[in-house]
Design a protein around this ligand. Sequence first.
Ligand SMILES: Cc1cc2nc3c(=O)[nH]c(=O)nc-3n(C[C@H](O)[C@H](O)[C@H](O)COP(=O)(O)OP(=O)(O)OC[C@H]3O[C@@H](n4cnc5c(N)ncnc54)[C@H](O)[C@@H]3O)c2cc1C
Length: 367
Amino acid sequence: MGQIQANTLTHMYCDAVIVGGGPAGAVAARELSLCGKQVVLLDASQTTRQKIGESLPGAARPMLDKLGLLPWVENAASLTNKGNLSSWGDDKLRETDFIRDPYGCGWHLDRQHFEQNLRNAAVDSGAFLLRERLSSLIENDEGIHIQAGEFNISTPWMINACGTSQFVASQLGAVRQKDAPLFAIYTWCESDSPDSRSTVEAAPSGWWYTAGLPDGKRVVAFFTLAQQAKALLRNKNHFISALKETTYISRHGVGEKIIAEPLHITEATASYLKKAVSEHWIAVGDAAVSFDPLSSQGIYNAIYTGLRGAEAVNTALNTNDHSLLSQYNERIKSIRDAYRREVSQYYRQEQRWSRHRFWQIHQADRE
Ligand SMILES: Cc1cc2nc3c(=O)[nH]c(=O)nc-3n(C[C@H](O)[C@H](O)[C@H](O)COP(=O)(O)OP(=O)(O)OC[C@H]3O[C@@H](n4cnc5c(N)ncnc54)[C@H](O)[C@@H]3O)c2cc1C
C-alpha cells in the first residue's frame, strides 16, 4: 500500500475517508488500515480542550484486548473505576461494586489522552491523519468528493464518525431523530475526595453526576432541560446552590472548589439515524446512534460500531458484497431498541418528582 503524501497533494484519492477522529473514527481508521486499505482520517477536534465523557465500563475490556487496543487505553492516564454509586428512586445510596464484575473494574479516562492514543494507534497502522474540517461534500455514482481546508478528496467510501453534529448528516441527506431533550451543564475542579467512584443522584429537575479523574481532578455535571441548563450557565451561584442541595454529590466537597472554574454546556439528547448505511457511506459511533449519558454506553458503542462498520466497508471494497452493510444497519437498530428498553425502565424507577417537567418529559418519551 502506498502512503498518502498530503503535503505534496491537494487532490487525493483513497479507499475510504473517515470523518471524525473520536473513538469511533479512530478505531474504524485503524481497522481499515490494518486490512491494507488507504485511509484518510479527517479530524477537526481541538486537542488542547478538555472533553467530557470519561467513564468506560469494564465490559469493554475483552473487545479492547481482542483489538490490541488495551495497552493504548491503559496508557491513557486512566484511573480504575471500582464501582458506581447511585441515589435514584429513593433517598438511599446504592453501590455497584465492579470488583465482583466478571469483566473487572472500569476506567475514568483522561478523555483527550485516550482519543489521542487511539488516533496514534490508527496512524501507526498506516492511516493518514489530516487535521482539517470537512466543509462540503458531493455524492455521485462513483462515490463521494470531499472538501476539507485546501484538500479535495475523492473516495468510493466515507465513514461518518463525526458524532452528533448535524452538518455532515444533512450534507448526506440523512435524517436524525431525537429523543427527549437533555442538556449537560458541567465543570472540572480540583478534588481531594478519596472516593473516585462515579456517583449519580436524581434531583427534582434532572440528575447529577460526579467522578474522580486521573489527574486529581473531578468532573461535576447536571443533566436537565435546555432552559434550566442555560439559566444555571448564566448564574454560577445558582449552580453551586443547587449542588449544595444534593445529599451525596455535595459530600465530595466540590461546592467551594468550582467557584473559580468556568461552567460549560452541551446537548446530550440521545439520537439516531433512521438509516445508518447508504451506497457510499456508513455512520458509526454517535453519528449512527447516541445515548443518554446515564447509560455510560457511548464510548463502548463508538469502538464497537467503528470496528463493525470498518469490517463491512472492507468487505464492500474487496468484493462489492453489501450484505455486511445491511447486517450492520440491522445491528444498529437492535442496539437502539435494547437501549430504549433499558433506559426507559431506569427513568420510570424515579417517581418522586413525577409532577416536575423534567421527569414528565423524560418518562413520557419512554412509554
Ligand atoms: C455530557 C456528556 C457526558 C458523557 N459521558 C459519557 C461517559 O461517561 N461514558 C461514555 O461512554 N459516554 C459518554 N458520553 C457519550 C460519549 O462521549 C460519546 O458516545 C462518544 O464521544 C462517541 O464517540 P464518537 O467517536 O462517535 O464521536 P465524538 O467523540 O463526538 O467524535 C467526533 C469527532 O468528529 C469531529 N468532527 C465533527 N465534525 C467534523 C467535521 N465536519 N470535519 C472533521 N471532523 C469533525 C469532532 O471534532 C470529533 O473529534 C457522554 C456524552 C455527553 C454529551
